[in-house]
Write a protein that binds this ligand. Structure first.
Ligand code: FE2
Ligand code: FE2
Length: 261
């Protein structure tokens, strides 16, 4: 409307002229959509760093959604379980990990793979940067070594193709890291280490089930995985955060992220 000179000018146009203008506008929108497929360079991604009041690696619990203020959180029970955290603190990432775990289940993968998929990005609530390592550390006292291994190294493997497993570097990373991004040496070293490890399959299958595009209408429920959680997660009787484990402080930080110090 504005590009045509406002409402009065549009009202004075013939219907053919309006139709032409509409087609022009539709073409423009289409061109913009095609242009959106063009990926930013690393320099363009880096230029955006100082345009936000928070850093890209911050945990979801610590920033408002899309620039809004943070919401008040439901208080956790005195002895919180993994399921409590999943329901009350993993909100922003829960659908993504449920879809990944559901995909692993539907394709007949073994239980530890399904479980690793369910956990793989949940540490995003606490912190996003280097989330493979943070996540593995947070879960290590409560899950099998294989599951912790899968969580730690999926972060590195997702940057490397694996034709045998049907894994391709996703466009999402071209958009997120920049089209000319090359993984840092520590990521490359972690990839090489994992590639030659007897448990390579576990983190690789997490990346295979990692769904980069959300499937609309697929909303698996946590109940689908309750039995697996029961078998795979060693729930401390004192509650997560209060069992003196090496990662108890991480759970407390998610339980009470409004504590200032
Ligand atoms: Fe991840
Ligand atoms: Fe993921």
């Amino acid at each position: 409307m504005e590009s045509l000179g406002g409402a009065a000018a549009v009202a004075a146009m013939s219907s053919e002229a309006k139709a032409d203008a509409l087609e022009d506008a539709q073409n423009k929108a289409l061109n913009q959509a095609v242009a959106a497929k063009k990926f930013p360079t690393m320099a363009e991604v880096e230029a955006g760093i100082t345009e936000k009041p928070f850093r890209r690696g911050v945990g979801n619990l610590f920033i408002g959604r899309r620039g809004a203020n943070v919401a008040r959180l439901e208080p956790m029970p005195a002895k919180p379980t993994f399921i409590d955290f999943f329901r009350m603190r993993f909100g922003d990432v829960s659908n993504h990990v449920l879809q990944s775990a559901n995909h692993a289940m539907q394709t007949g993968m073994e239980e530890e793979v399904i479980f690793a998929c369910l956990l793989h990005d949940t540490v995003h609530s606490l912190i996003k940067v280097d989330h493979g390592w943070w996540g593995a550390q947070m879960y290590a006292p409560y899950v099998s070594e294989k599951v912790a291994f899968a969580i730690r190294y999926h972060q590195a493997l997702r940057f490397y193709d694996d034709d045998a497993h049907g894994y391709k570097y996703p466009d999402l990373y071209r958009r997120t890291f920049g089209e000319d991004y090359k993984p840092e040496p520590y990521i490359e070293a972690a990839y090489k280490f994992t590639r030659n490890h007897k448990w390579y399959e576990y983190p690789r299958l997490v990346t295979v089930n990692d769904l980069y595009a959300f499937e609309p209408g697929v909303n698996p429920k946590l109940e689908q995985f309750t039995d697996i959680v029961g078998r795979q997660f060693k729930q401390p009787k004192e509650g997560l955060g209060f069992d003196n484990s090496p990662s108890a402080h991480m759970w407390r930080s998610m339980a009470m992220p409004d504590h200032p110090l």
